[in-house]
Design a protein around this ligand. Structure first.
Ligand SMILES: NC(=O)c1ccc[n+]([C@@H]2O[C@H](COP(=O)([O-])OP(=O)(O)OC[C@H]3O[C@@H](n4cnc5c(N)ncnc54)[C@H](OP(=O)(O)O)[C@@H]3O)[C@@H](O)[C@H]2O)c1
Length: 256
């Protein structure tokens, strides 16, 4: 039996990714904090596909979160063939004014848990000469993001880390893909208090489409995919902009 472990599977992009995993023939380990939403996902998958779904309630922003998850999966962790590190949060505001503890929690979720879970699950994939890792970053990764400085930096880490791993693990037939969504209709913007920003008043994509783009890129062995043609163009053009110019543009997009 092959399992796909999806973090942040209760809502948004992660929920759609979990459904795609089940549709592709994987049993699913769905991780998040909200039990009701995970149970709802499990029954939705159960009604559509003959697949097992194990739900695990876990707060991955706690320092012990990732290790506890690995311990709790002792019976089937060696069967995890696909790891989707999708759980992530953002916070809008001035770095010096935002709650320190919450910013550290964001880093633990967006960076530490993603790194730790990858480190825990990849060796079995290497031993098996087969595996997939999909790390969800953001188009925020490609420039500094005033008013979301820590979030943008966390996503730059995800791109750098995952791109390096893609190179290291390719000879072992383990695919590492980075998905970079642009603004997407999920719970993210409400949680990050970004609903009124220019960024989210503009065009957004549906989580179903973004998840499909990421999943298909991973199945094709791609190192990185930006969701949506316009987002891909913007990410490409950002490479040629002086860094402080890119920061000013990003700041304008984060303003109300
Ligand atoms: N939406 C966008 O515009 C956008 C753009 C670029 C990148 N992204 C990235 O896409 C990923 C998915 O976000 P989304 O847009 O689908 O937002 P979302 O609907 O808010 O989903 C976030 C998921 O992460 C889980 N999560 C949050 N905090 C957690 C914690 N401490 N421990 C465990 N799970 C936690 C949430 O579940 P619980 O609350 O049940 O724990 C939820 O399942 C994130 O990494 C985000 O940075 C989103």
């Amino acid at each position: 039996m092959a399992y796909a472990l999806v973090t942040g599977a209760s809502t948004g992009i992660g929920r759609d990714l979990a459904k795609l995993c089940a549709g592709a023939g994987y049993d699913v380990i769905a991780v998040a904090r909200n039990r009701a939403q995970l149970e709802n996902l499990a029954s939705e998958i159960g009604n559509a596909h003959p697949r097992q779904v194990r739900i695990v309630m876990k707060d991955l922003s706690r320092p012990e979160g990732a290790a506890e998850l690995y311990e709790e999966l002792a019976d089937l962790r060696s069967e995890v063939e696909m790891l989707i590190n999708n759980a992530g949060v953002g916070m809008l505001g001035f770095f010096a004014e935002l709650d320190t503890g919450k910013q550290m929690e964001m880093l633990r979720l967006n960076v530490d848990a993603l790194t730790y879970l990858t480190r825990l699950f990849v060796p079995a994939m290497v031993a098996r000469h087969k595996g997939y890792v999909l790390n969800v970053a953001s188009t925020a990764a490609f420039q500094p993001g005033p008013l979301m400085a820590v979030y943008y930096a966390s996503k730059a880490y995800v791109v750098s880390f995952s791109s390096a791993l893609h190179n290291e693990l390719k000879p072992h037939r383990v695919v590492v893909t980075t998905l970079c969504p642009g603004p997407t209709q999920t719970d993210f913007q409400r949680r990050a208090q970004m609903e009124a920003t220019r960024l989210f008043r503009g065009t957004t994509m549906s989580s179903t489409i973004v998840a499909r783009i990421g999943f298909e890129a991973m199945m094709r062995g791609k190192p990185l995919v930006v969701a949506g043609r316009l987002n891909a163009l913007m990410a490409f053009l950002t490479r040629f902009a002086p860094r402080q110019m890119a920061a000013s543009i990003a700041r304008r997009m984060q303003e109300v």
